[in-house]
Write a protein that binds this ligand. Sequence first.
Ligand code: ATP
Ligand code: MG
Length: 447
Amino acid sequence: MRLSRYFLPVLKETPSEAQIVSHRLMLRAGMIRQQAAGIYSWLPLGFKVLRRIEQIVHEEQQRAGHIPLLMPTLQPADLWRESGRYEAYGEEMLRIKDRHKRDLLYGPTNEEMITDIFRSHVSSYKDLPLTLYHIQWKFRDEIRPRFGVMRGREFLMKDGYNFDLTYEDAMHAYNRHLVSYLRSYERMGLQAIPMRAESGPIGGDDTHEFLVLAETGESEVFYDSEITDLRFGDRAIDYDDVAQCRAVLEEFTSRYARTDDTHDAAAFEAQVPEERRRSARGIEVGQIFYFGTKYSEPMGATVVNDKGERVPVHMGSHGIGVSRLLGAIIEASHDENGIIWPEGVTPFHAGIVNLKQGDGAADAACESLYSALKAKGLDPLYDDREERAGAKFATMDLIGLPWRITVGPRGLKNGVVELTSRRTGESEELSADAAVDRLAQIYAPHL
Ligand SMILES: Nc1ncnc2c1ncn2[C@@H]1O[C@H](COP(=O)(O)OP(=O)(O)OP(=O)(O)O)[C@@H](O)[C@H]1O
Ligand SMILES: [Mg+2]
């Protein structure tokens, strides 16, 4: 993309309505525009990051054997009357009437609808295990939408649902989700810690929330500091291997880590030596639940087992806050000049800054860099505007591309361009070819 042809409405002023840094930076970098309280348009730069996050979630879900589909945003109220949640959900549910006065709602989550799909099409234990998921917009009429996309009313969520014959099979699905979530967040450059949590209106017994530590987080958390040393990394995992998935769950959840809802001060003191006890704030970026037959029983989602008996299936649901993740990533990765995108989610892989637009040699070098990066499968943003170098650098810093290549007539005389890391600020002079090769290498794990 050439910046002169792009739509990047950056703001000079710091917007006064934004209380936290991620919201401020998303507005300043021209990523989102608020259309009503907690409802946003995703401008091109924000939309690109949203799509990259979605892509990672899709890849990791499918690697775990989970199957994508797409359910609608609007749902008939009758489905929710079957589970008893139409009345129970309260004011957060946006209720709508169509022209025939039929009750609809904008889905805050999809347990009922997926259970309906399951009961209509599956009747034998031989079709299990099954995990279906989608990435779809949700609406919750939050009392206090705030912090930009972190607590919106309309927000994008990945929600997945497992259907299993037994408790043991359902717990394997739970563990698979935990592993796939650890991988997903790490690919986004985030550390998200699974913590024991309360289940809320979804219901159920076993549940973990994934929290990104950040001062601006809305949850209070208590944990053993050893937990922050754990990394899933690029180890191989066989998602069909029950023991292997179970071992990952144990590794990541055996140390004390709880949100304030389930925190138990006496257990914390008994289990964790004082010097390792931490209390902090965190952003919830996902949650996994096992809830057994809570929906399958009232809604008649049953299968015939190998003894010919009809039994309700064991279920769980598993969410990732796709749009909230943009805010969480920025909270975890920024400096006073702007955003610092992790390589896994950056909207463009590198910025090209032409120090002297209109200079024949500089223009030609930028054009050839631009094509060479694209030929390697990379997605560069070329700042080809007639602007001062300082202004170009400030824009690149604000929008947070991890790498910048600076091209100017003086360097070109010596056959070099400059490659700068947004994170460390360190620059290196090298030939244009070498810069392209370096970037291709850096991004190889992310393409
Ligand atoms: N209002 C919201 N805006 C943006 N993302 C949200 C919002 N509510 C929930 N999410 C995201 O969707 C994920 C799955 O939804 P879940 O039902 O677990 O939310 P929740 O526990 O009600 O969230 P919270 O406690 O923050 O209100 C959450 O982990 C979170 O990342
Ligand atoms: Mg939750």
